[in-house]
Write a protein of this length. Structure first.
Length: 679
């Protein structure tokens, strides 16, 4: 911390009286019906068959035709391969983006059935799946215990919206192929020949620019991220990535080839995301339940860090960016677990915390595998299965309780962190309540504040002084048009070693915050600050310096942006008054006094030296002349260099924090630089 010198008609209702005997009305001629111009008959009823509805209204199936929808095609195809892997039939998935714009997804699963379908004997099961909505093997859990595609429209939608799509299936040592264009088969299923060492399904397709627009193409970086996340979600699968070099620019960090296999699952995923973040506790709370009754498994990983929280959730490897019932269960488990731990350790403040307090700085990963999940919409952005809440909460809660009690140090640190978030939330709500009241009432200001008459903040000043005596002198010495005075009673609370509850209940600080009107911490708004300059004016002695330090610490912790915007200053009142004959000057300290004695005063006449015990002893005229008049005073501007923030934080914590041993160590290390003071 450093200092710099200053100096918004309704229709009228109309009525008319009616005579007692009204004349006979004139006969009215029946109007001739107008000829029918818009006939509506059975011939106007369209019946869309096959994949026509998809091409006519793609937004109903993939959410639109933008870049997100385009990449959703990839998600639909790779989800089928992932279902094979999760079911234990595939161990690898190969994703290739070619220079021709074709995307190919290959797996070594069982392969799509190619035998004739019982209901459509002239078509293979593969053709039925690719050209018929709501056709698939996932409606009955006999084939897949858990799966991401349950509507039977995924791969058929991809087929409908592709310029060309080629499917190859290797089953029973035979290779089969069928080609489609915009959802229409270009011939029947073809037996290509024998294959000895291959099995599984290959889907190669190119999005239709008639649907997605000219120039629409896959983004390698986005595909890579989606593929990698799938590998994190199921540690038993290896995903191989290949991309044509022509599609990668020199600045693109996307590799042309990569292999993803993460046995650590979500814990590895979260570790990568939080690699550069400062964590509250180093350990990641992670775990997995292989079976939850008749349902599948639950896997999770969560850590708390100094940033905005997030939860990335999945159901049967399908991303659920809008959350849903599984996220609700996850949230309940963490909240109830922390509250229970607070009760166990007799921490009464734990009762304050809510789910928002727990999750606001939590980085979480959650993956559930359940039978027949219900999603909101075909794009599956939100899980709606009610049972998922209970399943997830039960799975996570017990493990969380054990994790907390196993390491009390990290548990206590986490609990205190969450309680701080709760206290900050309550403080913001209190500030909003005050702001809401001031919108309908006259602005309520602290009783001891002598406000200035200016309505705008430009060129206005607030002097914060210690004590009523100094406040009285300052009020008489001020320029009422632009200078305000707020007296404080003695030393204020040291916010560096006080809890949020003490800060919220401190009347002096509440008065100061109210007078400034700009809020604190994340609620601070510089445009709402009522004064252009906030000037700390304390006695020129050790006690005054201590009070100034407490005030600067308050502003640095609660309103750092005010300092960054250059609004905070220190007044420099004099310590001595030197007089000789008709000449009077003021000295700010001993060194300045000695300097003035040698340069200003000459002759043998005695120089009268008077020492001010405090601002309250100064006459208003003296205080104005030396400290408050912009034309004559000196001000120190409080600032923090951007490259010294970390060092400043350490200094504030060391000198003003709640560890006296740190201050004692500082005194020992710097005692040799101290000077004897005659006070």
């Amino acid at each position: 911390m450093s200092a710099k010198n200053d100096l918004f008609a309704g229709n009228a209702a109309v009525s008319a009286s009616i005579p007692e005997t009204a004349p006979a009305p004139k006969p009215q001629r029946t109007p001739t019906p107008a000829p029918e111009t818009n006939e509506y008959s059975a011939a106007d009823i369209e019946v869309l068959e096959g994949l026509e509805p998809v091409r006519r209204r793609p937004g109903m199936y993939i959410g639109g035709t933008d870049e997100k929808a385009l990449h959703h095609l990839f998600a639909e195809v790779i989800d089928n391969s992932m279902d094979e892997a999760v079911a234990g039939h595939a161990t690898w998935i190969d994703v290739t983006l070619g220079a021709d714009g074709y995307l190919t997804i290959v797996d070594n699963g069982r392969g799509i059935p190619v035998d004739p379908h019982p209901k459509f004997k002239d078509k293979s099961a593969l053709e039925v799946i690719m050209t018929t909505l709501h056709a698939g093997g996932k409606f009955d859990s006999k084939v897949y215990e858990t799966s991401g595609g349950l509507h039977g429209v995924g791969v058929s939608v991809v087929n409908a919206l592709s310029e060309e799509l080629v499917v190859e299936v290797a089953r029973a040592r035979k290779l089969y192929r069928q080609t489609f264009r915009r959802g229409q088969p270009q011939g029947g299923l073809e037996n290509v020949g024998d294959t000895q060492n291959r099995r599984g399904t290959s889907v190669r397709f190119k999005p239709d620019q008639e649907i997605f627009g000219k120039g629409a193409k896959f983004q390698p970086a986005r595909l890579l991220k989606m593929a990698r996340s799938k590998a994190y979600l199921f540690g038993g699968v290896e995903i191989r990535w290949h991309c044509a070099q022509e599609l990668l620019s020199e600045k693109d960090e996307t590799p042309a080839d990569a292999v993803f296999h993460f046995p650590g699952g979500l814990k590895d995923f979260l570790g990568e995301k939080l690699a550069k973040e400062r964590r509250v506790v180093e350990d990641v709370f992670a775990g997995r339940t292989d079976k939850t009754g008749k349902h599948g498994s639950v896997e999770w990983a969560v850590s708390w860090f100094a940033g905005d929280g997030f939860v990335n959730s999945y159901c049967n490897t399908v991303p659920t960016p809008e959350g849903g019932t599984h996220e609700a269960g996850f949230r309940y488990a963490l909240l109830r677990g922390l509250k229970a731990y607070g009760e166990l350790t007799s921490n009464k403040k734990a009762a304050l915390i809510t789910g928002d307090d727990v999750m606001t700085s939590a980085g979480g990963m959650l993956s559930v595998f359940i039978r027949e999940p219900e999603f909101v919409g075909q794009t599956k952005d939100k899980l709606a299965t009610n049972e998922a809440t209970r399943i997830t909460e039960n799975a996570v809660r017990d493990a969380f309780d054990h994790w907390l009690t196993a390491s009390p140090n990290q548990a206590n640190k986490l609990l205190e962190w969450v309680i701080d978030r709760a206290e900050e939330r309550l403080r913001r709500r209190q500030e909003k309540d005050v702001a809401r009241k001031t919108a309908v009432r006259k602005l309520r200001l602290p009783g001891k504040l002598a406000d200035c008459s200016a309505n705008q903040a430009d060129n206005t000043e607030l002097f914060i002084v210690e004590g009523d005596s100094a406040g009285g002198s300052a009020k008489q010495a001020r320029n009422r048009s632009n200078q305000a005075v707020l007296p404080l009673r003695g030393k204020i609370l040291n916010v560096a070693n006080a809890g949020r509850d003490k800060l919220a209940s401190n009347q002096q600080l509440a008065d100061l915050i109210q007078a400034l009107g700009c809020g604190t911490r994340s609620s601070y708004r510089d445009e709402d600050l009522r004064y252009d300059r906030v000037i700390i004016m304390t006695d020129a002695d050790v006690d005054g310096a201590h009070i100034a330090s407490l005030l600067i610490t308050f502003f640095y912790r609660e309103m750092p942006e005010m300092i960054r915007q250059g609004h905070l200053y220190l007044a420099v009142p004099p310590l001595y008054r030197l007089s000789q004959g008709g000449k009077t000057v003021y000295a700010r300290d001993d060194a300045h006094k000695d300097e003035l004695l040698g340069t200003v005063f000459k002759g043998k006449s005695k120089v009268e030296i008077g020492r001010f015990k405090g601002l309250g002893e100064m006459l208003p005229a003296q205080l104005k002349e030396t400290t408050m008049d912009p034309a004559k005073r000196s001000l120190l501007q409080v600032s923090v260099e951007e490259d010294a923030i970390a060092e400043t934080n350490d200094s504030v914590e060391q000198l003003m924090g709640n560890k006296p041993e740190a201050r004692f160590r500082f005194i020992q290390e710097n005692a040799e630089f101290a000077e004897d003071l005659d006070i």
